[in-house]
Design a protein around this ligand. Sequence first.
Ligand SMILES: NC(=O)c1ccc[n+]([C@@H]2O[C@H](COP(=O)([O-])OP(=O)(O)OC[C@H]3O[C@@H](n4cnc5c(N)ncnc54)[C@H](OP(=O)(O)O)[C@@H]3O)[C@@H](O)[C@H]2O)c1
Length: 254
Amino acid sequence: MTQPSPKHALITGGGTGVGAVIALALAEAGMKVTISGRRAEPLEEIATKSELIHTVTADVTDESSVAAMFEGARKAHGPVDIVIANAGAAESAPLSKVSLEQWQRLIDVNLTGVFLTAREALSDMRAQGWGRIISISSIAGRKGYAYVVPYCSAKHGVIGLTRALAAETALQNITVNAICPGYMDTPLVDNSVAIIMDKTGLDEEAARASLTATNPQQRMIEPEEVAEAVLWLCGPGSQSITGQTISISGGETT
Ligand SMILES: NC(=O)c1ccc[n+]([C@@H]2O[C@H](COP(=O)([O-])OP(=O)(O)OC[C@H]3O[C@@H](n4cnc5c(N)ncnc54)[C@H](OP(=O)(O)O)[C@@H]3O)[C@@H](O)[C@H]2O)c1
């Protein structure tokens, strides 16, 4: 009997943080993986850990760069079956200090990047009659947090995009879901901790504790917990899970 060929997953922002952990988990599960990001170095470092991982540099805010990202991925591993729209960035400031340029930059990477990535994925998925689109939103997509209006707005937007696209692809065997993690120990949070320390004078331990204070479990989420959810959404038996936002947050948000 012939084995089904392994799925091909494209992960944006796959060179660092939770994206890298997801990439390694999917490769470990035998999938063909393409990881992308703007910097080649972290991508190449992750690719040394598995021969199933291919790298392509791309900026998810740039339409032609996203098209080239898919071309590079297809050239290496064939049509894309699974997309993890994970690339993102966080910056904090009170709204009165947010410039239009900063607002636009955060919307571009956290929301427009998901739109461009999901849109480009649809042709392969429709042609194959199977697809999984998973976005990494945030607890900030489920609840408002002070000093992160652009980030919160974009992450809420990802949830709207997820629900609407899931309705659009419901009859095409393509599921569309968003995962909403609480704070995780990644480079993105290192940056937030540095800002808190700078603005408040708290030491590092206190700054990290301030981020988990609203989490009922009082801890950071492990990126591996997110990777487990991704594996489940891509595995057998998940075909009815679509248009959902899955909170992995120790109970911080529903
Ligand atoms: N850490 C948390 O507490 C937390 C909680 C909830 C949700 N999230 C979400 O999880 C996702 C991953 O973040 P992380 O925590 O793993 O932090 P991270 O390590 O900083 O990951 C962000 C990734 O996105 C890539 N990226 C940023 N801008 C990009 C662009 N314009 N084009 C292409 N790639 C870009 C970065 O690579 P380059 O710089 O090389 O482009 C990097 O690999 C983000 O969407 C974030 O909002 C994080």
